[in-house]
Design a binder for this molecule. Structure first.
Ligand SMILES: [Zn+2]
Length: 203
């Protein structure tokens, strides 16, 4: 009896394994231990608050190496489930470095509805979902809307980035009806020059 239970457990363990989303090695989780370790090595030192052109930024990691690959896999290879661990790690880092945060509401940077329909999800919203589950901060998915379709920012010069995003955002129905009384924490998957954050802060 004990023996057959052991065999059953072994069989289940084999059945429950699936390919790691980044390297295809069999694993019982989304990511194998090796990729998880490499990803966690992308994390910046604990207190990752950065001032950039008047914007206070909280950053989890450097956009490169395994982290860049994980975000690309999430967005372009249709693996939205990767937002769960990434949002959780962001939340852990946030809780460790911001033990007494001011009252905040979290708003994901929105995608244009056409683009979101094409992709099937907004990665910033999924990351915010996971982040808020662990930090217990309130989430307002419809705080902002993207009213203009824009080109991918990475392909543009700094000046072109600002023109590209001019008037791209507006208040969403939630904030139009009830403007936020607390500070707003904008959440996005990537921060480069801050043009998106500045445009989103101004609608
Ligand atoms: Zn792996």
């Amino acid at each position: 009896m004990t023996n057959s239970l052991g065999v059953l457990k072994q069989m289940l363990a084999v059945v429950l394994q699936s390919p790691c989303l980044l390297c295809d090695r069999a694993t019982a989780h989304l990511l194998c231990p090796s990729c998880t370790r490499q990803l966690r090595q992308c994390q910046l030192p604990a207190n990752a608050w950065i001032e950039n052109n008047g914007i206070s930024l909280f950053v989890w990691g450097d956009y490169g190496g395994t982290l860049k690959r994980a975000i690309a896999t999430l967005k372009y290879n249709n693996h939205p489930q990767l937002a769960q661990p990434l949002g959780q790690w962001l939340a852990q880092a946030w809780l460790a470095s911001t033990p007494h945060p001011p009252p905040l509401v979290v708003v994901p940077i929105p995608m244009h509805p056409d683009k979101q329909k094409q992709r099937g999800f907004n990665q910033a919203e999924l990351l915010a979902d996971s982040f808020c589950r662990y930090t217990r901060l309130p989430l307002q998915r419809r705080g902002l809307v993207r009213i203009r379709s824009t080109q991918a920012q990475f392909s543009l010069s700094l000046a072109a980035r600002e023109t590209n995003l001019a008037d791209a955002f507006d208040l969403g129905t939630a904030f139009q009806q009830h403007p936020p009384t607390q500070a707003v924490l904008l959440l996005d998957d990537i921060y480069t020059t801050g043009t998106t954050a500045r445009a989103a802060a101004q609608p």
